[in-house]
Each structure stands twice: as structure tokens, then as C-alpha cells.
Design a protein around this ligand. Structure first.
Ligand code: PMP
Length: 361
């Protein structure tokens, strides 16, 4: 029997086994055409059907209203750090950026190349000294938009609420939380995400943009980042990442078969609770994020003694538990529990953590 391997990578991340098997089965002969889907012209009817179906399935899953365009672009999450200001700062070149960690900070750096950016502190230290979230900000009601990152992949900090920005459009980098649970798309002006966590392989970014925001781009916006031009061309102004888009479509079908985002939300909550509860009860491991701001997707944890990190990782790998090394900024470990991670993977991780703590505690 195949040895079970669980991949806890923060991204590119684990994809559902069923999706990988389907992709493998139709790899060289897509729907009896005798060629791979990646060999099809993006302008041909066969590929156009794949693309349209993926978009429709995403619309169904997220209940995306008709006044939003869905774009399948290149350039990953960082491409959108640049695209957002270039598309929204053409008339009014100022924006508020709420910063809660490394990714929202990186988004600021790109926006500053285009206009005036005001940085607002997203973090707040709770009474017990742990990191939590600020819940309100002195926002500028005349800003072109407010940007934030609902889930900071590196720090494992996640908003359990949507910031209220009044009439100012809210822009969210959902790279590491999109599709992890239902969200109210109507609260956002723009949602974007690099694909390589909950959507599919890298090389693709999904952008969901409200139509009224398509007419305020800077004149210098490059065509491939121009939301209006891309919307007009059905994301095919240039050759899109066709294979990644196809795989994303398979993931969307898989999510529907799992019961959609309600079901994923319940599963993801249960998976995260299993790990947090174990860490909190242990005096060997710890997580420093305030419980109200803990991510369901990326869970950093530290060992009692950092000198045991290498031994922990080596033992984990031997048991088929991969990619648990924390980001260098935070140190320690990080377990990413995206949609494709089954609860059995988290159970195996907790069992290993317990064994390791008993051996080294
Ligand atoms: N935003 C977030 C929240 C991320 O986690 C990442 C990548 N891990 C990025 C942006 C950057 O994505 P990319 O590497 O696709 O540019």
C-alpha cells in the first residue's frame, strides 16, 4: 500500500488526491481529444469550455454576484500587490493599508510606487501579552480604497471579522484563506488570491472585482495587469496559464462535491481546533497568537527548546509529515492546513508531536 504522506507546506501546497488522480488520468488524452489540455489553444472551443466552467463553479461556490468580474491572471499574489494600486489610483491616488504582518507589509511597498499610502496598525497586544487584532481604525473616508490581508500566512494571524470601511471599497489579499469557509463577497470591492494554496498550482491569481471599480486605472497600467482590459478579454488578453486554470477548475468541482464552503468551513475549524487544543494543553509546545486572531490555515508553533527543531523535523519527515519548518521570520514550526489536508493528517501530526514531547520533555 502507498505510504500516506501529509504535506504541511504553506504554498505551493497539497492538492486534493482526487484532483491529482483525475489530472493524471486525463493528462495525455483530454476528453478523448488525443491531446493534453495544456496543448489546447486557449481560443479554441474545448479550452474555452474548461475556462468558463471553472469560472462558473467558483461563482457558485463563493456566491459571487453578477456585478463582479472574475479574472484568472498571472503573476501570483505579488502581481496583485502592484495591480491593485495601478487599477484603483488613477483618479484618486491615496489609499489606507492595514498592516498585520509580512504580506500586508509587502503590499504597501508596491502601492507606495503608485500613490500615497497611509499605513494603519492591524495588530494589538491583548491583556495576556499575546498578539491580537485591532478592530477599528481612523480610516480616511476620502481614500480610493482600504487594503488588508485577512490571513497572514507567515504569522498565522487571521481576521474573524470583515473590517467596516463604510463607503470606501475594501480590497483583500485572500491568498491563504480564500475558499476556506463562506464569505460575503458583497462586503468587498476586490478580492484577490495567488492560487497555490487553496485554488490550485502556482502561476495563477484569481481576482474578483466589482464592476464599478473598473474605470479608475492609472494610464500606465500594463495590459496584463489591467482589470478592465482583462475583463473585456475574458482574462485572455494574452495567453493565460491554461493548465493551472484547468486544475483550479478541478479543485472547484472537488469543493462542490465536498459540500461547498459551509462544509469546508466546518472541517477547517475542526482541524485547526484539534491542533490548537493540543498545543494549548501542552507545556512543550506553544502558539503566541491570541485565540481571537488565530488562523485556521497556517498554524505556527514553537518547541520548548529551539535546539530540538532539527530533530523534530527529521523525525516528522521519517513519519511522512512534510514541510513543517516555520518561516525564518517566525522560527519554530508551521503547519498549513489548507482545504486539501484531511483531518487524518492533523491527527497524525498531533500523535507525532505527542510522541516527540514525551521523548524530549
Ligand atoms: N499574499 C499572501 C497572503 C501570501 O501568503 C503570499 C505567498 N505566500 C503572497 C501574497 C505572495 O504570493 P506570490 O508568491 O504568488 O506572489
Amino acid at each position: 500500500m502507498e505510504k500516506m504522506v501529509y504535506n504541511f507546506s504553506a504554498g505551493p501546497a497539497m492538492l486534493p488526491v482526487e484532483v491529482m488522480k483525475q489530472a493524471q488520468a486525463e493528462f495525455r488524452d483530454f476528453h478523448g481529444l488525443g491531446v493534453s489540455v495544456m496543448e489546447l489553444s486557449h481560443r479554441g472551443a474545448d479550452y474555452m469550455a474548461v475556462a468558463a466552467e471553472a469560472e462558473q463553479d467558483l461563482r457558485d461556490l463563493m456566491q459571487i454576484p453578477d456585478n463582479y468580474k472574475v479574472l484568472f491572471l498571472q503573476g501570483g499574489g505579488r502581481g496583485q500587490f502592484a495591480a491593485v494600486p495601478l487599477n484603483l489610483m488613477g483618479i484618486n491616488a491615496k489609499a489606507d493599508y492595514i498592516v498585520t504582518g509580512q504580506w500586508s507589509k509587502s503590499a504597501v511597498a508596491e502601492a507606495e510606487k503608485v500613490g500615497d499610502v497611509r499605513v494603519l496598525e492591524g495588530l494589538k497586544t491583548a491583556e495576556d501579552g499575546r498578539q491580537g487584532l485591532a478592530t477599528s481604525w481612523a480610516l480616511d473616508s476620502t481614500a480610493a480604497y482600504v487594503h488588508y490581508c485577512p490571513n497572514e500566512t507567515i504569522e498565522g494571524i487571521e481576521y474573524n471579522f470583515i473590517p467596516d470601511t463604510g463607503d470606501v471599497p475594501l480590497v483583500a489579499d485572500m491568498s491563504s484563506t480564500i475558499l476556506s469557509r463562506p464569505i460575503d463577497v458583497t462586503r468587498f470591492g476586490i478580492i484577490y488570491a495567488g492560487a497555490q494554496k487553496n485554488i490550485g498550482p502556482s502561476g495563477l491569481a484569481v481576482v474578483i472585482v466589482r464592476e464599478d471599480l473598473l474605470s479608475q486605472a492609472c494610464p500606465q497600467v500594463p495590459g496584463i495587469l489591467d482589470y478592465a482590459a482583462m475583463a473585456k478579454a475574458d482574462s485572455m488578453l494574452n495567453t493565460p496559464p491554461t493548465y493551472a486554470w484547468y486544475l483550479a477548475g478541478l479543485v472547484f468541482k472537488w469543493l462542490k462535491a465536498q459540500g461547498g464552503l459551509e462544509a469546508m468551513g466546518e472541517r477547517n475549524k475542526a482541524k485547526a481546533e484539534l491542533l490548537y487544543n493540543y498545543v494549548d494543553a501542552s507545556d512543550f509546545y506553544r502558539n503566541e497568537v491570541h485565540p481571537s486572531a488565530r488562523s485556521w490555515m497556517n498554524i505556527p508553533f514553537q518547541l520548548k527548546d529551539d535546539s530540538l527543531n532539527d530533530a523534530f523535523l527529521k523525525g516528522a519527515k521519517a513519519e511522512g509529515l512534510l514541510a513543517l519548518k516555520g518561516h525564518r521570520i517566525v522560527g519554530g514550526m508551521r503547519a498549513s492546513l489548507y482545504n486539501a489536508m484531511p483531518i487524518e493528517g492533523v491527527q497524525a501530526l498531533v500523535a507525532y508531536m505527542d510522541k516527540f514531547a514525551k521523548q524530549h520533555g
